[in-house]
Design a protein around this ligand. Structure first.
Ligand code: ADP
Ligand code: MG
Length: 250
């Protein structure tokens, strides 16, 4: 079994508070893997440790078997570990195709320079159009990014992240702020992305999680309670207990 992403005995303390307690996470290559857990369980902290936004108190992070623990965020991105960011005003005012083309240019080192060669720009636009096709966004290529429905804005954020050619894509609650009428399609689109991209996501809507994930890790009080298939997780007594009173299946 080869792993796209692993942590070994990862610990993060904020003062005396243990937000991440000895987490050894294994995400296999090509996985559709979900990280779940109650509010305050340490999910976002773990993602921040993976991206390098936070420095762990102890432990290690591995990307495709290579240790990246000491690496800066942008270096990890170059190594293929990418998370989404919210669309900013710049992108909101551009068309969808322009936004994604700009991200592709960035990845190719073309930057946003006005003197960039026309041919290079056309190639970048081609790649952007392919990305839009894979996310079922071609029909809105010429619309203003900021004018789209929330579900499709989240997909554009994913397109911007995919422009960086990730091997591992990290998504922290991609359906946050998206109406339920759009969230299912959003998750289906994420699930059908090419398998070259390993996906680890956080989601609290259990319907979405169980439809999307082939593997689920449950975080409770900063530690991993269990990591298993959705079926096994659904039957796990402690998981049920932890979620009692929370919106299971809703
Ligand atoms: P989740 O994403 O699972 O809801 P978080 O990772 O955001 O949980 O937070 C886990 C715990 O760590 C929470 O109790 C939170 O208050 C605490 N925490 C997160 N970030 C910080 C920080 N920068 N400083 C102090 N405590 C933090
Ligand atoms: Mg969170």
């Amino acid at each position: 079994m080869s792993y796209a992403l692993q942590t070994r005995n990862l610990i993060k303390k904020f003062g005396g508070f243990v937000a991440t307690g000895d987490v050894s996470l294994n995400v296999t290559e090509g996985a559709r893997h979900a990280l779940i857990g109650p509010n305050g369980a340490g999910k976002t902290t773990l993602i921040n440790l993976l991206t390098g936004f936070l420095t762990p108190t102890a432990g290690a992070v591995f990307l495709n078997g290579e240790e990246v623990t000491g690496m800066a965020q942008h270096v990890r991105v170059k190594h293929g570990l990418v998370r989404t960011f919210q669309i900013n005003q710049l992108f909101a005012d551009m068309t969808v195709l322009e936004s994604v083309t700009m991200a592709v240019c960035e990845q190719r080192g073309l930057g946003a320079r006005w003197w960039r060669p026309v041919g290079a720009y056309a190639e970048a636009a081609d790649q952007a159009a392919q990305l839009l096709a894979s996310l079922r966004l071609l029909d809105v290529a010429f619309e203003r990014t900021g004018s789209l429905a929330y579900g499709r804005q989240r997909l554009i954020e994913i397109a911007l992240a995919l422009a960086a050619k990730p091997r591992v894509l990290l998504l922290d609650e991609p359906a946050a702020g998206v109406p339920t009428s759009e969230s299912q399609e959003l998750f289906e689109t994420i699930a059908q992305l090419p398998r070259e991209v390993t996906i680890l996501l956080i989601e609290h809507d259990m319907d979405l999680v169980f439809r999307f994930a082939e593997r689920i890790s449950v975080l409770v009080n900063g530690t991993l309670l269990v990591e298993d298939t959705p079926d096994a997780i659904a039957r796990h007594p402690r998981v049920k207990e932890v979620y009692l009173g929370e919106a299971v299946g809703g």
